[in-house]
Design a protein around this ligand. Structure first.
Ligand code: SF4
Length: 416
């Protein structure tokens, strides 16, 4: 049986899709990248933004065309949108065989078993991946006023530290070099007193694991202990994604983020002081209800002041159930687009200038891909790096002298 899986959304969804793929492969299925050749199609959905749901319905339109041609095609919709729009999907897409919400993703094996008569053919999990996501927490209890995640993924639950270490060991044994620990707010991880810093210490003891990354962080829970651990632990990569969301205290309060810009800035500076080589990236939401020119200007100034290594800018879109949904979405789409463009252009210039500082320097790159005689990998700071090579170095850490810098990537020459 061939299966095709399409993933919309964040790394949590990518990780869930990886697990589903592993399960299917371990039960004798073959993954295909061509939907027309699939007997089973799974769409893993996101509902963080309206545009993600729109994309899911348009993909479902394409999937239906395949089902019209092949009525035996099994179609499953999973993930966040499947959680909160279960009835709507069932109503609008009668051709969908099963809908499985993000909270119940661990029940995938039971659901799929109803449609696919698997012969038990367990194979040892093998991974061609250089890196692997490992979920350390599920759900979120923060209720940022714009965010649907607590409603679709449920309250925050920390996964047992021993289970996490076993997953990491298993991945490393199958050839994985880098682990990315995932949670909506990894900084509040707590397994019976084992906090996130202690978890990092445990994971970093695993032999042959070369690199550890983690995401996402919440500034209100990012501790001094964690900063010290990153500073002193060579396995932890020099990259922190620290969502700011806004530079305006009024908007941060309305977003229920539980910190002020001053507190965010202070944390940012403490991290930079203790770990000078760190790359801090961030998220910002533009056009939250009530965002004035002054509020936007505060965000713009914050971006100029802090100089993020990368800034991901999202236009606010109201999500059902959230407390912000009751607020008037009073920043017009035109204004959101203008603010988005202004900030994006400026932040790209900042990132490009920061990346320019790597030119002439040598960096360690973990190679993730080899295509058309080009190796692609990342340095510790999570910057993509490309270099020409006659040999495939996938899975190896090599030294690269940087010759060119763009806003989102570097290129250079490998040093033999
Ligand atoms: S911390 Fe806030 S933005 Fe992040 S998942 Fe939780 S509620 Fe959403």
């Amino acid at each position: 049986m061939n299966f095709f899986i399409e993933t919309i959304g964040c790394q949590m969804n990518v990780n869930d899709s990886d697990k589903i793929s592993d399960y299917l492969v371990n039960h004798g299925c073959l993954k295909t990248t061509d939907m027309a050749k699939a007997d089973l199609v799974i769409l893993n959905t996101c509902s963080v933004r309206f545009s993600a749901e729109h994309k899911a319905y348009s993909l479902l339109g394409r999937i239906k065309e395949h089902k019209d041609v092949n009525p035996n095609l099994i179609v499953g919709v999973v993930g966040c949108m499947a959680q909160h729009a279960y009835k709507e999907i069932k109503r609008r897409c009668k051709f969908v065989d099963f809908v499985l919400g993000a909270k119940n993703i661990d029940n995938f094996s039971q659901i799929i078993g109803k449609y696919v008569p698997f012969e038990y053919s367990f194979k040892k999990q093998t991974s061609e991946n250089v890196f692997r996501y490992v979920t350390i927490m599920r759900g979120c209890s923060n209720f940022c006023s714009y965010c649907i995640v607590p409603f679709v993924r449920g309250p925050e639950i920390s996964i047992n530290c021993g289970e996490i270490c076993d997953s990491v060991k298993q991945a490393v044994d199958s050839g994985v070099k880098e682990i990315i620990l995932l949670g909506q707010n990894v900084n509040s991880y707590n397994d019976n007193g084992i906090n996130f810093t202690k978890l990092l210490r445990q994971v970093s003891k695993i032999d042959n694991l070369k690199r550890i990354r983690f995401m996402t962080n919440h500034p209100k829970d990012f501790s001094e202990e964690l900063i010290d651990e990153i500073a002193g632990n060579d396995k932890i990569c020099r990259h922190i994604h620290l969502p700011m969301q806004s530079g305006s205290d009024n908007i941060l309060k309305a977003m229920n983020r539980k910190y002020t810009y001053g507190q965010y800035k202070s944390l940012f500076e403490r991290i930079k002081t203790k770990i000078p080589e760190i790359n801090i990236t961030s998220d910002v939401i533009i056009g939250f209800p009530g965002e004035t020119e002054r509020d936007f200007s505060d965000t713009f100034k914050a971006s100029q002041d802090l100089k993020f290594g990368g800034l991901f800018i999202f236009k606010y879109s109201p999500r059902p159930n959230t407390s912000a949904y009751k607020l008037k979405d009073d920043v017009t789409l035109n204004v959101k687009k203008q603010r988005h463009t202004l900030l994006l252009e400026d932040s790209n210039e900042i990132s490009k200038a920061l990346n320019g500082r790597y030119i002439g320097k040598t960096v360690d790159v973990l190679v993730e891909k080899y295509e058309n005689k080009v190796c692609e990998g990342r340095n510790s700071q999570n910057l993509k790096i490309f270099f020409d090579s006659d040999k495939n170095y996938t899975g190896e850490i090599v030294r690269v002298s940087v010759t060119r810098a763009l806003a989102n990537s570097l290129s250079g020459k490998m040093i033999l």
